[in-house]
Design a protein around this ligand. Sequence first.
Ligand code: FES
Length: 185
Amino acid sequence: MTVKLSAQAETKVEEYKKLYPNVRSAIMPALYIAQEELGSITADAITWVAEKIGIAPVQVMEVATFYTMYYKKPVGKYHVQVCRTLSCALMGGRAITECVKKRLGTAPHEVSPDGQWSYEEVECLGSCGTGPMCQINDHFFENLTPEKLLQIMDRIEKEQPDLRFSAVRDALGEGLKGYPKSEVI
Ligand code: FES
């Protein structure tokens, strides 16, 4: 049986389907909606999206596995994606990954025992001029140094901000005040 998502999610995906000349274009927002409710792109999420769009699950899987913003495994409340591609790597991206690894003491894709954190390295996030950078949930943190990132993670733990994009509300959550895009400390 297909998993049941909220009435809000059902309504929103129907709205997205009407937005595009080809209904398949709604796969991506529908995946976001499913991820928002289920926490990650589970087999149920794939089935739900496939049924809503009217395509085969494998076609949804093709999209979900291509993009790193769709979490294929459960993640912590805060999921850190460190860019490892060339521009960021040249600016010290490796030190950023090492810093996250050391602070959390976990392996990539492993959720910390308190459920707060997980991390992974990803390819270019499209912010190459402000590397090294990372994305925590759906917010960018740029021009990083290990020290800056540690301060940001400390603040996140303390303030517990909402850093997620809501596909249902079409809005970003509440960011970390004092850390607007490109102006880290
Ligand atoms: S190389 Fe890191 S954002 Fe593009």
